[in-house]
Design a protein around this ligand. Structure first.
Ligand code: PLP
Length: 416
C-alpha cells in the first residue's frame, strides 16, 4: 500500500503522518474471558521463581545499598505533578519508579537481566555446574566465571537494553557484544565499555543494529543473541511485573476493582517491555485494568503495527515518518511482531506525544517531585493530560538512575 491508500483505509493515519498527537482506541480489545492466552500465569510464576533463585547471587555480586537481590521498584504518589498537569484531575496518580531499578536503572532490568540469568542458568544446569536447589551465590566462584568466559551474549539496542545485558552479562563473566543504533547516547556506550562489553556502533537505526547483531551472533554457536524483536524470555521477565505490582498495591492499601479501575501508561519503543508488563497486568487484573502505550509522534511504530494489523511488516518510513526523536529509548521504526500479536486483543489504546512535551514533563517532575528521569521515561504522563477519569492512574517511569548529572542538566535546560 502507498501512503494515500493507508490513509484511506485507516483515517487516523492522516494525523499520524502529519506528526500530530493522536489517541487511538483499540477496537479489537476483548473481554478477559474471551481472550486466547498464549502464555499462562504458570510460566510467569516460573520466571519469578527463577529470579528468586538468583537473588542471593545478585545481592552479593552488586553491592548496591538496600538491594536484597530482587530487582523491583517502588510506586510513588505524585500529587504535586498531578495538580500541575490538571488541577481538576479525577483520579489518583502514581508513578512506577522503574527508573530506580537496581543494576540497570531502567525497565530493561526486568526483561534484559531475566533473559541473561535464564541463559546462564540453562548453561550451568546443562553442564552440571549447579542444581536448582543450590545457593546461587556459588555463581561468584572463579570456576563458573571461567566457564562463562567461553560464551558470548549479544544484543542490538538503542541504549538501555544494551546496558542491562552488558552490565549483567559481564558481571557473570560472559563476553558481551552490544550493537548500538545511531540514537544511543555516548555515556551509555562509555559505561558499557568500562564494564568490559564490546560496543559496535552503527549510523543506522535500531532495526538495523538488531539485524547486524543477529547476523554476527548466528556465525558462532557459543554466541547467544537476545532478540528484542522476538524474545519470549524478555517478555516473561517483563511480565513478572504484574505479580509484583499486585502485591505492592495491596501493601499500599490500594484496591483495584470494577469501580476503582487501574489505568496504566507505558512508554513504548519496539514494544517488548510494555507488552510484557501489560500482559502480566492483564492476567492479574483482568477487566479492571486499562493499558495504554505511549510513543513519540516521530516513532509511532507500534501504533502503525496495531492499527493496520501488519505486525512487523510496516515501518514508520512507509508513511514518510522520520523516526527522529530525542526520546532515544523510544526511537524505533518497526515494532516487534511478538509484542504486536500479544497486544492485539489486550491493549486499550496508544497515545502519541510530541518531544516538546517530554521535556516539559521532565522539568515538571524535577521541580515538583525532585524526580530525575530520562526523556523517554516521562511519556506516560500524557495520560494525565488526556485521560481524566476516576480511578488509579499508574504512569510507568522507565529509566533514569544511571543518567550522569551533566546529561540531566542538559535535559533540564533543553529548548525545543
Ligand atoms: C526500552 C525503553 C522503553 C520501551 O521498551 P521497548 O521494549 O523498547 O518498547 C521505554 N523507556 C525506556 C527508557 C526504555 O529504555
Amino acid at each position: 500500500m502507498n501512503k494515500k491508500e493507508y490513509v484511506n483505509e485507516f483515517p487516523i493515519l492522516k494525523n499520524v503522518m502529519d506528526l500530530k498527537e493522536v489517541k487511538w482506541i483499540n477496537d479489537k480489545k476483548m473481554k478477559f474471558d474471551n481472550l486466547h492466552l498464549e502464555i499462562g500465569i504458570n510460566e510467569i510464576v516460573e520466571a519469578e521463581k527463577r529470579l528468586k533463585r538468583f537473588a542471593s547471587y545478585l545481592k552479593a555480586a552488586f553491592s548496591e545499598e538496600e538491594f536484597n537481590g530482587i530487582i523491583e521498584s517502588p510506586i510513588f504518589k505524585a500529587d504535586n505533578i498531578k495538580r500541575e498537569l490538571n488541577k481538576n484531575f479525577l483520579g489518583d496518580l502514581y508513578i512506577k519508579r522503574d527508573d530506580l531499578l537496581s543494576i540497570a536503572g531502567s525497565v530493561k532490568a526486568r526483561g534484559g537481566i531475566y533473559e541473561v540469568l535464564k541463559h546462564a542458568e540453562d548453561l550451568l544446569i546443562k553442564n552440571d555446574l549447579i542444581s536448582y536447589k543450590d545457593d546461587y551465590k556459588k555463581i561468584m566462584d572463579e570456576e563458573i566465571r571461567n566457564f562463562f568466559s567461553k560464551y558470548t551474549i549479544s544484543v542490538g539496542s538503542t541504549g538501555n537494553l544494551g546496558l542491562s545485558i552488558g552490565i549483567m552479562g559481564t558481571k557473570l563473566g560472559f563476553n558481551v557484544e552490544v550493537h548500538m543504533s545511531m540514537d544511543a547516547k555516548k555515556w551509555k556506550k562509555d559505561l558499557l565499555r568500562k564494564n568490559g562489553a564490546k560496543v559496535f556502533e552503527y549510523e543506522s537505526d535500531y532495526s538495523n543494529a538488531v539485524k547486524e547483531g543477529r547476523k554476527k551472533a548466528s556465525q558462532d554457536p557459543n554466541n547467544y543473541f537476545v532478540d528484542d524483536e522476538n524474545s519470549k524470555n524478555l517478555f516473561l521477565g517483563y511480565a513478572v511485573a504484574g505479580l509484583r505490582l499486585e502485591k505492592q498495591l495491596k501493601e499500599n492499601n490500594i484496591e483495584i476493582s470494577k469501580e476503582n479501575k487501574l489505568f496504566v501508561y507505558i512508554p513504548c519503543g519496539v514494544g517488548g517491555g510494555p507488552s510484557g508488563i501489560a500482559y502480566g497486568l492483564k492476567l492479574i487484573y483482568e477487566d479492571n485494568v486499562e493499558i495504554f502505550f505511549v510513543e513519540p509522534t516521530h516513532s509511532p511504530c507500534m501504533l502503525l503495527s496495531m492499527v493496520t494489523g501488519l505486525g512487523n511488516k510496516i515501518q514508520v518510513s512507509d508513511l514518510g515518518i522520520d523516526n527522529i526523536t530525542l526520546a532515544d529509548g523510544l526511537a524505533v521504526g518497526r515494532a516487534s511482531a511478538l509484542a504486536s500479536r500479544m497486544m492485539k486483543n489486550i491493549l486499550d489504546g496508544i497515545y502519541t506525544v510530541d518531544d516538546k512535551k517530554l521535556f516539559k514533563y521532565l522539568k515538571l517532575l524535577y521541580i515538583e517531585e525532585k524526580i530525575k528521569i530520562e526523556p523517554s521515561a516521562t511519556a506516560g504522563l500524557i495520560g494525565i493530560d488526556k485521560n481524566n477519569v476516576n480511578g488509579i492512574h499508574l504512569v510507568w517511569s522507565t529509566g533514569g538512575k544511571l543518567v550522569p548529572e551533566n546529561e540531566f542538566l542538559n535535559y533540564l535546560s533543553k529548548k525545543i
